[in-house]
Design a protein around this ligand. Structure first.
Ligand SMILES: C[S@@+](CC[C@H](N)C(=O)[O-])C[C@H]1O[C@@H](n2cnc3c(N)ncnc32)[C@H](O)[C@@H]1O
Length: 300
């Protein structure tokens, strides 16, 4: 249905707008999505549809992009990496912030899809701050276990920014409700009983976790305005970008991170060959990248 010329027009537009590079092999996929939106708009020519989204209806472009994104995700995805986050990264970042007398953690889930990733991160961070000794409490109460909601009750201030290009996934994410079987398949009993409510048909993430996460629309092609971040998760997003766009994104992440901050990518993604100053961190199949701390020599 799309001529080669039309395919190129759409491909360039999608790359310019979202950084997503559609290979020739994905022509059918694109055709199908464009046809779907053309049907909704009552148009019969792909070229007229192209003119519509470039000249007059920017919101329609967002709806098309929404259909082109791959939103697969799950709670605690990539177990070894989540374990590295829990066991190594969180304690390290908390140590650095405590040393700076700044009990503040700022984490970004970039390309958060339907929210399972930022909520998993919030649960692990919540556990970490609950278990962190508080200098303001006597030793027997030194674990800030009396928290009633989010990071409240602890002297740690934790915020997780979660963003995506797709408005429909953000809608699901902010509801925090998930199909019963999907949650049962990925979340272990400990987190289920502590951080979810259920009515037997679905699971809902409890408010104390939801309060820690702020969802927002953000296109990774653009500058994010976020700075002084401790940790960035950008997993299974860069695989859809070409090398040039990946480099730009990593540069932006590097600028947004505090010295000593961490970047976590998907298992099929790496900084190898991109010539960044990040240090590779590895433990039991879990991987991450650390921005050098101030005064320390960079690794890679
Ligand atoms: C495969 S999901 C990954 C979700 C989660 N990070 C994980 O690993 O489970 C990729 C997400 O990246 C989002 N995405 C793709 N291109 C983007 C862009 N240019 N800006 C922001 N988000 C984007 C998609 O909408 C999708 O929700």
């Amino acid at each position: 249905m799309l001529t080669d010329e039309e395919f190129r027009l759409f491909r360039n537009l999608i790359y310019d707008e979202a950084g997503i590079y559609l290979k020739e092999a994905r022509k059918d996929f694109l055709e199908h999505r464009v046809a779907k939106r053309m049907g909704v708009k009552g148009l019969s020519s792909p070229y007229w549809y192209y003119k519509l989204i470039t000249d007059t209806e920017k919101t329609e472009l967002l709806l098309l992009l929404d259909l082109l994104t791959v939103n697969e995700t799950s709670f605690f995805r990539n177990g070894p990496q989540m374990e590295l986050f829990r066991k190594v990264i969180l304690p390290d970042v908390m140590r650095m912030r405590s040393r700076d007398m700044q009990k503040r953690l700022r984490i970004w889930s970039a390309g958060c899809s339907t929210g399972e990733e930022p909520y998993s991160v919030a649960m692990l961070a919540h556990e970490a701050i609950r278990n962190a000794p508080s200098p303001f409490l006597p030793p027997d109460k030194g674990r800030a276990g009396g928290m009633s909601g989010g990071a409240e009750g602890s002297d740690w201030d934790v915020r997780i920014f979660a963003s995506d290009l797709s408005l429909s996934v953000l809608e699901t994410a902010s509801k925090g409700e998930y199909a019963w079987d999907k949650v049962r398949a990925t979340v272990d009993e400990h987190y289920l009983s502590r951080y979810f409510d259920t009515d037997g048909t679905c699971y809902r993430v409890r408010d104390e976790i939801r309060k820690m996460v702020v969802f927002d629309f953000h296109n990774l092609k653009n500058d994010n305005g976020l700075s002084n971040l401790d940790i960035i998760f950008c997993r299974n997003v860069m695989i859809y970008f070409d090398e040039e766009e990946q480099r730009r994104l990593i540069d932006k992440f590097c600028r947004s991170l505090n010295p000593g901050g961490y970047l976590l990518l998907g298992h099929a993604e790496s900084l190898h060959g991109l010539g960044t100053g990040f240090e590779f961190v590895y433990d039991n199949k879990g991987t991450a990248y650390k921005k050098p701390e101030q005064g320390k020599k960079s690794g890679a």
